[in-house]
Structures are given as C-alpha cells and as structure tokens.
Design a protein around this ligand. Structure first.
Ligand SMILES: NC(=O)c1ccc[n+]([C@@H]2O[C@H](COP(=O)([O-])OP(=O)(O)OC[C@H]3O[C@@H](n4cnc5c(N)ncnc54)[C@H](O)[C@@H]3O)[C@@H](O)[C@H]2O)c1
Length: 415
C-alpha cells in the first residue's frame, strides 16, 4: 500500500464523518493527523473521544505535516480557507458550497489554476448506489439525451434539532437563502449527464409557520430552474420544506428513469431504479417498463455502510485516488463546484426579482468570469466587509421573543 495521505480536518461536526471513514476503511489510505475547530464545546469532545492532535487555528493546522485538508467549516466560508490551503500546497476536499459570492467563485478558480494541488468539492449525493446506476444507464444511452430532469433535496428539521445545529444568531443555517443549498439536488443531475448550467431562474416560498421556534431569517424552500448547456431544463426543489425527499428523475429523447420514493426508511425506499422506454423507441416495438435493484460497483462495494446512501465513502475514495494519481477528478472540480455556487447565488437574485433569468458564466473563460470579480454581495451578516442582500423575499424577518428564548435555551446546553 502507498504511503498514507496525511489529512487535517477543519470543522468538528460534519468533519468527523471523514475521521470515522478514514479510521474504519484502510483502503481509503488516509491518516488523520489533526482536527481544527475554534468552538470549545466541539474541540473538547474531540479531545475526549479521539486520540488525535487538535488545534483551534487553521493557520496552525497548515503547519502540521499534512498533505491535504477537508474543509467542513461554515457553509459560506470555504473559499478563503481553500485559497490558503492551496497556496500552501495542500490538496483540498471542500464541503458544499464552493463559494458564497460570485467574487469568491472567480478567486477560487484562480487559486486552483495557480496551485499544483488538487481541489475537489465533497458533493456526495451523486454517489449513491441508485445515483451510480443512473449514471451507467445514461452513459449506455438507455434514455437518450436528457431533455428534462428533476432533483429534490428536502430536509425538514424540527426546531430543537435545528437550533442545536445552528448555534448563534448569525449561524449560516439561520441566513442561507432558500436557493443556496442546491447542490444535493443539482449535482447528481449534472453528474449523470455531464451537463453544466448556463442560466438560472428561481421562485422562493416564504412561510412564517415553518420558521417558528428558530432564529431563521430565510425562506424555507424554493423552486429553481436551470437551463443546461445542451438545452435541457432541470428543476430543483428544496431544502427546508416538510416532506423529507432525496429523489431524481430524468427524461431523455427515448424514455425516462427515476429513483424510488423514500418509504420504510432509507433514502431510496425499495432501492429499485425504474426505467420506462416508449414502445416506438424499442426495436421490438413493445413498451418497456422495468425496474431493478442495482449493486455497488466493485471499486465502491464497501460504500454501503457509510453515510448519505454511501456517497460519503465514494467521495472520499475518489479524492484519495485523485491524490494518488495526481489527477483532478472531473466531478466535482472547481469549475463544476463554482457553477453550482453560481446557481445558488444568481438563483437568489432571480428569486428577489420574482423569477427573472440570470446567465451563469463559463468559469473556464477568464474574460466571461472577469465580469464578476467585484461582485461580493452576500446575505450573511458575519461578513461585514461585503454588501448585503436580503435573505428572504419578504425582507428581514424579526424572530419573536419566544423564538429567541427557544434558540437560546438550546445554545446554553452546548457550552
Ligand atoms: N455533504 C453532506 O452531506 C453534508 C452534511 C452536513 C454538513 N455538510 C456541510 O459541512 C459544513 C459544516 O456543517 P456542519 O453541519 O458541520 O455545521 P457547522 O457549520 O455548524 O460546523 C462548522 C464547524 O466548523 C468550525 N469552524 C468554523 N470556522 C472555523 C475557523 N475559522 N476555525 C476553526 N473552526 C471553525 C465551527 O466551530 C463548527 O464546529 C457545511 O458546509 C455543510 O454544508 C455537508
């Protein structure tokens, strides 16, 4: 076995999934050297539960003998840490989202282009057993070229749990506009089809009853339409609406496939991929509607027990192989990463204009992306240097006294 890849992890909540994966899967070939978090409650728990070095300072973490970093810090703050790590020659596996402003999208592309290190977005929802099967079917031309697809990532969270995940009034989960967490719905559709969005329009849905008991300032959910570079249209729905759903469906010019709906627990219900090919597109002229339960491909057969339908394992394995082969994985490189961030950011501008379409630049084109170099509009209040954009279509929500007390009660237990 090749020498272990020495890893530092920023963020001791989601970040611990990568620690646990590395520990229980020798073949991933990672050795976690250090965990960084500046929230004492979380750092102390790491110290209690793991025999591992810790620090509360990212710059200190970069001084450790590490080859790569996982960025599982706050959703809207990945770019500056990715840029620092790349400049220090460390490979980067960044949690979603790649960038939280258009300016950061440009800066991140430049940092990756100037570094010899590998950058990959840790987008995991494409890499379930069903997702990999959809990719195979698409590449086998089972349904023809995509015309239309739907992706849903709907993750309702009850107020008490939400507050325990969103610690502090300015936490990103309290402010992220309803289009911002779109990658879990969009990335699988891009992965199956190798298409990229060229324009976006969105409508946001505000509903006060879904914000009660929390310090949320943002709308719970939105519908996003993306025009793709082959002319297809993808519809995305999510993310804090009631009715948990992780679901994908695609129509091509010969037929369609779809994932099963969730029931009886598990993301993908009975695990059966459904395919429907129109009779006039079949050689034998019979309607061909069938389903099957796919298996894991051999290279990912240990994925089954890992989180998010196995996607956590597959993403980590792809990152490990990329470092071993010194080759950036096509999915999800910086250009696909920032294209999805742009869907979130420009989708929000569209929602504030009640659905006006916005073009997504080709971030590989230095001239096209240059237009966005100074666009650092941000909805997040803990970015005081950036001009603000509202986080709800209704303007700024004022949480009630009860909302504030409810959130504070939970936060007081996490000291
Ligand atoms: N792909 C997935 O399935 C998945 C699942 C959960 C979370 N996530 C992503 O993981 C990221 C983290 O989310 P989370 O759920 O862990 O909650 P979180 O954002 O509250 O946790 C971030 C952690 O990073 C630490 N941190 C932030 N800035 C720091 C800094 N400058 N120095 C040291 N520590 C710092 C915080 O103290 C906190 O413990 C987000 O981007 C989220 O979108 C992805």
């Amino acid at each position: 076995m090749a020498a272990k890849i020495k890893l530092g992890i920023l963020g001791a909540r989601r970040g611990l999934s990568f620690l646990n994966l590395a520990k229980s899967n020798e073949e991933l070939n990672f050795e976690v050297k250090v965990i960084c978090d500046n929230f004492p409650y979380r750092l102390n728990k790491v110290k209690e539960e793991h025999d591992i070095k810790v620090t509360d300072n990212f710059d200190e973490m970069l001084k450790f003998d590490i080859d790569a970093v996982v960025l599982a810090n706050y959703f809207h703050q990945h770019t500056p840490f990715a840029i620092k790590a790349l400049a220090a020659g460390k490979h980067v596996l960044s949690e979603t989202t790649s960038a939280s402003t258009m300016k950061e999208c440009v800066e991140l592309c430049e940092a990756v282009e100037q570094s010899d290190a590998i950058y990959m977005l840790a987008e995991n929802y494409a890499f379930s057993k069903i997702g990999l099967a959809m990719k195979r079917e698409y590449e086998n031309n089972t349904i023809g070229e995509t015309l239309y697809a739907e992706g849903e990532y709907v993750h309702p969270i009850e107020a008490a749990v939400f507050n325990s995940l969103s610690i502090g009034e300015n936490h990103w989960r309290n402010w992220a506009p309803s289009t911002y967490y779109c990658t879990h719905a969009l990335a699988p559709l891009m992965y199956f089809t190798n298409t990229i969005p060229v324009s976006v329009n969105a409508l946001s849905i505000a509903r006060e009853s879904l914000l009660e008991g929390t310090m949320k300032r943002c709308d719970p959910t939105s519908v996003i339409l993306c025009r793709m570079d082959n002319g297809a249209v993808f519809r995305l729905y999510g993310w804090n609406s009631p009715g948990h759903s992780v679901w994908y469906r695609m129509h091509g010019d010969k037929g369609m496939f779809e994932a099963p709906r969730q029931y009886d627990g598990g993301y993908f219900g009975n695990g059966q991929l459904h395919i429907s090919i129109d009779s006039f597109n079949n050689d034998d002229k019979t309607t061909d509607t069938y389903g099957y339960i796919p298996n894991w491909p051999k290279e990912f057969e240990k994925a089954g027990t890992s989180g998010h339908g196995g996607g956590d394992y597959v993403v980590t394995k792809i990152f490990s192989d990329a470092i071993k082969n010194n080759k950036t994985p096509e999915f999800f490189d910086v250009y696909k990463g920032v294209a999805m961030s742009a869907v979130a950011i420009l989708g929000w501008k569209s929602a504030l204009a009640e659905g006006t379409p916005f073009s997504i630049p080709d971030f590989k084109d230095k001239v096209a992306r240059d237009k966005y170099r100074d666009d650092d509009l941000s909805p997040f209040p803990d970015c005081p240097d950036k001009p603000k954009i509202q986080a709800s279509i209704l303007g700024e929500r004022t949480p009630s006294k009860e909302d504030r007390e409810n959130a504070q009660k939970k936060w007081d237990t996490l000291k």
